[in-house]
Write a protein that binds this ligand. Structure first.
Ligand code: FES
Length: 290
């Protein structure tokens, strides 16, 4: 996929939940080839040098006919705070689309589960849009979305998700909305309670969620793709800062690394050596945490 550097204009900004903002960008050169699961690097400051680095953000929604993409960001540091405060009309340097996105189900017969922890709903939504678009409309009852957050205030508005016609299971750690407990507990209740496993599972969320989910799917017979994040300074394979330890199929004892920005960010979690990952290597939020 050709990547493009473009001056992208912010058309809209919305506060979606506590500390979570949605920004709509006009980027008619980046959007046409963008795929759910891919990401962009956004230089947060339009002038000056603070913060120096660009930040990675996955595509939250894509509106190809209008040349628009959306990101969902959680404010956790200087870069995300500055970006969340950029007014509509700001023009920022954006490079994308980058990385390898989600693959699609092989046909409408497949049942699919989506597991989104917190801001992890961001990249999964673009995929949901694609799978519920007109050409796939007859399959929405086979799409099960598990969406969890710590508390009700951190859930993005649910009405647009419900309008997609999918089965939506909401959970919050404190029980303030939906089922009480983590999103993985909600997933287990469904699939360990007699319902057959889905054919395919897509996931994105915190590092503890990723580790637990990787353990849960290990040895189970279903296709799994998980959007991961690592320390990303360049997004294009130049800095080598995003390497994660991976399984070496030729020699399990030998070290092997994958680069999240180029080999991913979407991986089968069974390819990753979770036992060798330090918390600093894989940040607990997806493409919106810096
Ligand atoms: Fe620089 Fe991946 S972010 S190599």
């Amino acid at each position: 996929m050709p990547r493009v550097q473009e001056k992208a204009k912010i058309l809209e900004t919305h506060r979606e939940a506590e500390g979570i903002h949605r920004l709509v960008f006009y980027a008619p050169r980046i959007v046409p080839t963008a795929r759910p699961g891919q990401f962009v690097m956004i230089r947060v400051a339009s002038e000056g040098s603070d913060p120096l680095l660009a930040r990675p953000f996955s595509f939250h929604r894509l509106h190809k006919e209008d040349g628009l993409f959306e990101i969902l960001l959680r404010v956790v540091g200087t870069g995300t705070r500055i970006l969340s405060q950029r007014p509509a009309g700001s023009v920022l340097d954006v490079v994308g689309p980058l990385g390898r996105g989600f693959s699609l189900p092989s046909g409408p017969h497949e049942t699919v589960a989506f597991v989104a922890g917190g801001i992890g709903i961001a990249p999964l939504w673009a995929l949901l849009d694609e799978l519920t678009a007109k050409t796939h409309r007859n399959r929405t009852e086979q799409l099960h979305v598990f969406y969890g957050a710590r508390t009700r205030a951190e859930l993005v508005p649910l009405t647009p998700l419900k309008r997609l016609g999918v089965h939506l299971v909401v959970s919050t750690d404190d029980g303030s909305s939906g089922e009480a407990g983590t999103v993985l507990e909600a997933l287990r209740r469904r699939y360990e309670g007699g319902s057959g496993l889905p054919d395919r599972l897509y996931a994105c969320g915190s590092l503890p969620m990723q580790v637990s989910l990787a353990r849960w799917v290990s040895g189970r017979n279903l296709s799994v793709e998980m959007s991961l994040e690592s320390m990303m300074a360049c997004g294009i394979g130049a800095c080598l800062g995003c390497a994660l330890p991976a399984v070496n199929p030729d020699d399990p004892q030998a070290e092997r690394y994958v680069h999240v920005c180029q080999d991913g960010p979407v991986f089968d979690p069974r390819r990753i050596r979770w036992d060798k990952i330090q918390p600093i290597m894989a940040r607990p939020l997806t493409f919106a945490s810096l």
